[in-house]
Design a protein around this ligand. Structure first.
Ligand code: RET
Length: 282
Protein backbone atom coordinates (compact mmCIF):
# COMPACT_ATOMS: atom_id res chain seq x y z
CA UNK A 1 0.00 0.00 0.00
CA UNK A 2 1.25 3.47 -0.87
CA UNK A 3 2.10 5.44 2.28
CA UNK A 4 -0.76 7.39 3.81
CA UNK A 5 -0.56 11.03 4.80
CA UNK A 6 -1.02 11.72 8.52
CA UNK A 7 -4.41 13.32 7.73
CA UNK A 8 -5.61 10.19 5.89
CA UNK A 9 -4.33 7.93 8.64
CA UNK A 10 -6.09 9.85 11.42
CA UNK A 11 -9.28 10.32 9.40
CA UNK A 12 -9.65 6.55 9.15
CA UNK A 13 -8.43 6.02 12.73
CA UNK A 14 -11.05 8.42 14.13
CA UNK A 15 -13.80 7.00 11.91
CA UNK A 16 -13.11 3.51 13.31
CA UNK A 17 -13.09 4.83 16.87
CA UNK A 18 -16.37 6.72 16.33
CA UNK A 19 -17.99 3.65 14.79
CA UNK A 20 -16.88 1.39 17.62
CA UNK A 21 -18.51 3.75 20.15
CA UNK A 22 -21.69 4.10 18.06
CA UNK A 23 -22.11 0.35 17.58
CA UNK A 24 -21.57 -0.33 21.29
CA UNK A 25 -24.04 2.39 22.29
CA UNK A 26 -26.61 1.15 19.74
CA UNK A 27 -26.29 -2.36 21.19
CA UNK A 28 -27.06 -1.15 24.70
CA UNK A 29 -29.97 0.95 23.46
CA UNK A 30 -31.54 -1.87 21.42
CA UNK A 31 -31.22 -4.49 24.14
CA UNK A 32 -32.37 -2.19 26.95
CA UNK A 33 -35.41 -1.16 24.86
CA UNK A 34 -36.75 -4.69 24.54
CA UNK A 35 -39.20 -4.23 27.40
CA UNK A 36 -40.70 -1.16 25.67
CA UNK A 37 -42.29 -3.19 22.87
CA UNK A 38 -44.80 -6.03 22.58
CA UNK A 39 -43.35 -9.54 23.10
CA UNK A 40 -43.76 -10.34 19.38
CA UNK A 41 -41.16 -7.70 18.42
CA UNK A 42 -38.55 -8.42 21.08
CA UNK A 43 -36.68 -10.92 18.92
CA UNK A 44 -36.29 -8.24 16.22
CA UNK A 45 -34.65 -5.94 18.80
CA UNK A 46 -32.47 -8.76 20.12
CA UNK A 47 -31.26 -9.55 16.59
CA UNK A 48 -30.77 -5.87 15.84
CA UNK A 49 -28.60 -5.50 18.96
CA UNK A 50 -26.67 -8.63 17.98
CA UNK A 51 -25.82 -7.02 14.64
CA UNK A 52 -24.41 -3.90 16.32
CA UNK A 53 -22.64 -6.01 18.99
CA UNK A 54 -20.91 -8.12 16.33
CA UNK A 55 -19.99 -4.90 14.51
CA UNK A 56 -18.62 -3.30 17.71
CA UNK A 57 -16.36 -6.30 18.21
CA UNK A 58 -15.12 -6.22 14.62
CA UNK A 59 -14.56 -2.45 14.66
CA UNK A 60 -12.44 -2.96 17.75
CA UNK A 61 -10.35 -5.52 15.86
CA UNK A 62 -10.24 -3.37 12.69
CA UNK A 63 -9.16 -0.36 14.78
CA UNK A 64 -6.40 -2.38 16.45
CA UNK A 65 -5.24 -3.77 13.12
CA UNK A 66 -5.14 -0.27 11.60
CA UNK A 67 -3.11 1.08 14.56
CA UNK A 68 -0.67 -1.82 14.34
CA UNK A 69 -0.17 -1.49 10.58
CA UNK A 70 1.23 2.07 10.75
CA UNK A 71 3.32 4.19 13.02
CA UNK A 72 3.23 7.99 13.08
CA UNK A 73 6.35 9.91 14.06
CA UNK A 74 6.63 13.68 13.64
CA UNK A 75 3.63 13.69 11.34
CA UNK A 76 5.08 11.04 9.04
CA UNK A 77 3.23 7.76 8.58
CA UNK A 78 5.26 4.62 7.96
CA UNK A 79 4.07 1.09 7.41
CA UNK A 80 5.20 -1.16 10.26
CA UNK A 81 5.19 -4.26 8.09
CA UNK A 82 2.19 -5.73 9.90
CA UNK A 83 -0.61 -6.05 7.34
CA UNK A 84 -3.95 -4.33 7.87
CA UNK A 85 -6.46 -7.16 8.02
CA UNK A 86 -9.35 -6.57 5.59
CA UNK A 87 -10.90 -9.93 6.41
CA UNK A 88 -12.49 -8.62 9.66
CA UNK A 89 -14.89 -6.54 7.58
CA UNK A 90 -15.98 -9.46 5.43
CA UNK A 91 -16.30 -11.81 8.41
CA UNK A 92 -18.42 -9.14 10.07
CA UNK A 93 -20.66 -8.89 7.01
CA UNK A 94 -20.95 -12.66 6.74
CA UNK A 95 -22.54 -12.68 10.18
CA UNK A 96 -24.41 -9.38 10.18
CA UNK A 97 -25.89 -9.19 6.67
CA UNK A 98 -28.05 -12.33 6.98
CA UNK A 99 -29.05 -11.18 10.50
CA UNK A 100 -30.03 -7.74 9.20
CA UNK A 101 -32.30 -9.28 6.60
CA UNK A 102 -33.82 -11.61 9.19
CA UNK A 103 -34.42 -8.60 11.45
CA UNK A 104 -36.31 -6.78 8.67
CA UNK A 105 -38.43 -9.84 7.94
CA UNK A 106 -39.12 -10.39 11.67
CA UNK A 107 -40.35 -6.89 12.34
CA UNK A 108 -42.93 -7.32 9.60
CA UNK A 109 -44.47 -10.19 11.56
CA UNK A 110 -45.53 -12.29 8.60
CA UNK A 111 -46.91 -15.80 8.99
CA UNK A 112 -44.34 -18.22 10.35
CA UNK A 113 -43.96 -20.13 7.07
CA UNK A 114 -43.46 -16.89 5.10
CA UNK A 115 -40.97 -15.64 7.70
CA UNK A 116 -38.98 -18.88 7.55
CA UNK A 117 -38.84 -19.08 3.76
CA UNK A 118 -37.98 -15.40 3.24
CA UNK A 119 -35.38 -15.37 6.00
CA UNK A 120 -33.72 -18.53 4.66
CA UNK A 121 -33.59 -17.43 1.02
CA UNK A 122 -32.44 -13.89 1.78
CA UNK A 123 -29.92 -15.07 4.38
CA UNK A 124 -28.42 -17.58 1.97
CA UNK A 125 -28.18 -15.05 -0.88
CA UNK A 126 -26.54 -12.52 1.45
CA UNK A 127 -23.87 -15.01 2.55
CA UNK A 128 -23.17 -15.92 -1.08
CA UNK A 129 -22.82 -12.24 -2.03
CA UNK A 130 -20.20 -11.64 0.69
CA UNK A 131 -18.21 -14.82 0.00
CA UNK A 132 -18.06 -14.06 -3.72
CA UNK A 133 -17.07 -10.43 -3.13
CA UNK A 134 -14.07 -11.20 -0.91
CA UNK A 135 -11.63 -12.57 -3.53
CA UNK A 136 -12.20 -9.35 -5.48
CA UNK A 137 -11.62 -7.16 -2.44
CA UNK A 138 -8.19 -8.64 -1.74
CA UNK A 139 -7.17 -8.90 -5.41
CA UNK A 140 -4.33 -6.63 -6.42
CA UNK A 141 -5.44 -6.21 -10.03
CA UNK A 142 -8.62 -4.52 -11.20
CA UNK A 143 -9.67 -7.27 -13.63
CA UNK A 144 -9.94 -9.87 -10.86
CA UNK A 145 -11.73 -7.30 -8.72
CA UNK A 146 -14.24 -6.59 -11.52
CA UNK A 147 -14.93 -10.29 -12.19
CA UNK A 148 -15.67 -11.23 -8.55
CA UNK A 149 -17.58 -7.99 -8.08
CA UNK A 150 -19.80 -8.86 -11.04
CA UNK A 151 -20.43 -12.42 -9.81
CA UNK A 152 -21.21 -11.15 -6.31
CA UNK A 153 -23.73 -8.73 -7.81
CA UNK A 154 -25.99 -11.63 -8.89
CA UNK A 155 -27.13 -12.56 -5.34
CA UNK A 156 -27.11 -8.82 -4.57
CA UNK A 157 -29.60 -8.19 -7.38
CA UNK A 158 -31.77 -11.02 -6.07
CA UNK A 159 -31.84 -9.49 -2.55
CA UNK A 160 -32.75 -6.08 -3.91
CA UNK A 161 -35.51 -7.67 -5.98
CA UNK A 162 -36.89 -9.53 -2.95
CA UNK A 163 -36.79 -6.43 -0.76
CA UNK A 164 -38.60 -4.35 -3.31
CA UNK A 165 -41.03 -6.66 -4.99
CA UNK A 166 -41.39 -9.49 -2.47
CA UNK A 167 -41.65 -7.33 0.62
CA UNK A 168 -43.59 -4.59 -1.19
CA UNK A 169 -46.75 -6.67 -0.93
CA UNK A 170 -46.13 -7.36 2.76
CA UNK A 171 -45.77 -3.64 3.42
CA UNK A 172 -49.34 -3.05 2.24
CA UNK A 173 -50.51 -5.36 5.02
CA UNK A 174 -48.74 -3.44 7.80
CA UNK A 175 -50.90 -1.37 10.18
CA UNK A 176 -51.36 2.25 9.11
CA UNK A 177 -48.96 3.79 11.66
CA UNK A 178 -46.10 1.43 10.85
CA UNK A 179 -46.38 1.34 7.06
CA UNK A 180 -44.46 4.56 6.48
CA UNK A 181 -41.67 3.45 8.82
CA UNK A 182 -41.40 -0.05 7.35
CA UNK A 183 -41.20 1.51 3.91
CA UNK A 184 -38.51 3.89 5.18
CA UNK A 185 -36.53 0.97 6.60
CA UNK A 186 -36.77 -0.74 3.22
CA UNK A 187 -35.47 2.39 1.47
CA UNK A 188 -32.73 3.02 4.02
CA UNK A 189 -31.60 -0.57 3.61
CA UNK A 190 -31.67 -0.23 -0.16
CA UNK A 191 -29.71 3.06 -0.14
CA UNK A 192 -27.07 1.88 2.35
CA UNK A 193 -26.65 -1.50 0.63
CA UNK A 194 -26.34 0.18 -2.74
CA UNK A 195 -23.48 2.20 -1.29
CA UNK A 196 -21.25 -0.87 -0.70
CA UNK A 197 -20.77 -1.86 -4.35
CA UNK A 198 -20.17 1.81 -5.19
CA UNK A 199 -17.39 2.00 -2.58
CA UNK A 200 -16.02 -1.31 -3.92
CA UNK A 201 -15.55 0.40 -7.29
CA UNK A 202 -13.19 3.05 -5.85
CA UNK A 203 -10.08 1.48 -7.45
CA UNK A 204 -11.71 1.89 -10.89
CA UNK A 205 -11.82 5.67 -10.46
CA UNK A 206 -9.06 8.19 -11.08
CA UNK A 207 -8.14 8.00 -7.39
CA UNK A 208 -5.13 5.89 -6.60
CA UNK A 209 -2.91 4.49 -3.85
CA UNK A 210 -3.53 5.81 -0.37
CA UNK A 211 -6.61 7.82 -1.48
CA UNK A 212 -8.28 4.60 -2.60
CA UNK A 213 -7.46 2.90 0.71
CA UNK A 214 -8.81 5.87 2.67
CA UNK A 215 -11.93 6.09 0.48
CA UNK A 216 -12.66 2.36 0.86
CA UNK A 217 -12.34 2.43 4.65
CA UNK A 218 -14.37 5.62 5.13
CA UNK A 219 -17.02 4.56 2.58
CA UNK A 220 -17.60 1.11 4.09
CA UNK A 221 -17.64 2.62 7.58
CA UNK A 222 -20.35 5.18 6.71
CA UNK A 223 -22.41 2.46 5.01
CA UNK A 224 -22.05 0.21 8.09
CA UNK A 225 -23.20 2.99 10.44
CA UNK A 226 -26.37 3.51 8.39
CA UNK A 227 -27.09 -0.14 7.61
CA UNK A 228 -26.63 -1.36 11.19
CA UNK A 229 -27.16 1.42 13.77
CA UNK A 230 -29.47 3.54 11.56
CA UNK A 231 -31.67 0.65 10.45
CA UNK A 232 -31.58 -0.71 14.05
CA UNK A 233 -33.09 2.48 15.43
CA UNK A 234 -35.75 2.44 12.68
CA UNK A 235 -36.59 -1.17 13.51
CA UNK A 236 -37.03 -0.09 17.15
CA UNK A 237 -39.40 2.71 16.04
CA UNK A 238 -41.39 0.29 13.88
CA UNK A 239 -41.67 -2.12 16.81
CA UNK A 240 -42.94 0.71 19.06
CA UNK A 241 -45.56 1.80 16.49
CA UNK A 242 -46.75 -1.72 15.82
CA UNK A 243 -46.92 -2.48 19.53
CA UNK A 244 -49.08 0.62 20.02
CA UNK A 245 -51.33 -0.45 17.11
CA UNK A 246 -51.78 -3.79 18.87
CA UNK A 247 -52.79 -2.15 22.15
CA UNK A 248 -49.46 -2.21 23.99
CA UNK A 249 -48.13 0.65 26.06
CA UNK A 250 -44.52 0.47 27.23
CA UNK A 251 -44.46 -3.21 26.40
CA UNK A 252 -47.56 -4.07 28.45
CA UNK A 253 -51.02 -4.75 27.04
CA UNK A 254 -52.95 -1.58 27.90
CA UNK A 255 -55.92 -2.07 30.21
CA UNK A 256 -54.60 -5.37 31.49
CA UNK A 257 -52.62 -4.53 34.62
CA UNK A 258 -50.83 -7.38 36.25
CA UNK A 259 -50.38 -9.44 33.08
CA UNK A 260 -46.82 -10.60 32.60
CA UNK A 261 -45.12 -8.42 30.01
CA UNK A 262 -42.60 -11.07 29.02
CA UNK A 263 -44.70 -12.92 26.51
CA UNK A 264 -45.35 -15.83 28.85
CA UNK A 265 -48.41 -17.96 27.99
CA UNK A 266 -50.64 -16.15 30.48
CA UNK A 267 -50.27 -12.95 28.44
CA UNK A 268 -49.90 -14.26 24.93
CA UNK A 269 -53.36 -15.78 24.53
CA UNK A 270 -54.84 -12.37 25.19
CA UNK A 271 -52.22 -10.58 23.15
CA UNK A 272 -52.03 -12.53 19.94
CA UNK A 273 -54.76 -11.51 17.50
CA UNK A 274 -55.21 -7.96 18.77
CA UNK A 275 -57.39 -5.51 16.87
CA UNK A 276 -55.89 -3.87 13.78
CA UNK A 277 -53.48 -6.71 13.19
CA UNK A 278 -54.21 -7.95 9.68
CA UNK A 279 -50.69 -9.12 8.97
CA UNK A 280 -50.41 -12.02 11.39
CA UNK A 281 -52.22 -14.79 9.59
CA UNK A 282 -51.52 -14.53 5.92
C1 RET B 1 -19.49 -6.40 -2.40
C2 RET B 1 -18.60 -6.86 -3.56
C3 RET B 1 -18.93 -6.20 -4.83
C4 RET B 1 -20.33 -6.47 -5.26
C5 RET B 1 -21.31 -6.28 -4.16
C6 RET B 1 -20.93 -6.19 -2.83
C7 RET B 1 -21.99 -5.89 -1.88
C8 RET B 1 -21.88 -5.73 -0.58
C9 RET B 1 -22.97 -5.40 0.30
C10 RET B 1 -22.68 -5.40 1.61
C11 RET B 1 -23.59 -5.08 2.63
C12 RET B 1 -23.15 -5.07 3.86
C13 RET B 1 -23.95 -4.71 4.99
C14 RET B 1 -23.35 -4.76 6.16
C15 RET B 1 -23.96 -4.38 7.38
O1 RET B 1 -24.04 -5.11 8.32
C16 RET B 1 -19.37 -7.53 -1.39
C17 RET B 1 -18.87 -5.13 -1.83
C18 RET B 1 -22.75 -6.17 -4.59
C19 RET B 1 -24.29 -5.07 -0.24
C20 RET B 1 -25.37 -4.33 4.85
Amino acid sequence: METLTAAQYFFVYNAFSFTLATMAAATLFLWLSRSQVAPAYRTALTVSGLVTAIAAYHYFRIFESWSAAFSVRDGVVTATGLLFNDAYRYVDWLLTVPLLLIELVLVMRLSSSETASKATRLGFAAALMIILGYPGEIATDNTTRAIWGAISSIPFAYIVYELFVGLGAAIQRQPEGARVLVNRARWLTFASWGFYPIVYMMPFTSFSGSSVETGLQIGYTIADLIAKAGVGVLVFMIAVRKSAAEGYENGVLAGAPGLPADGSPAASHVASPAAGQPDTHN
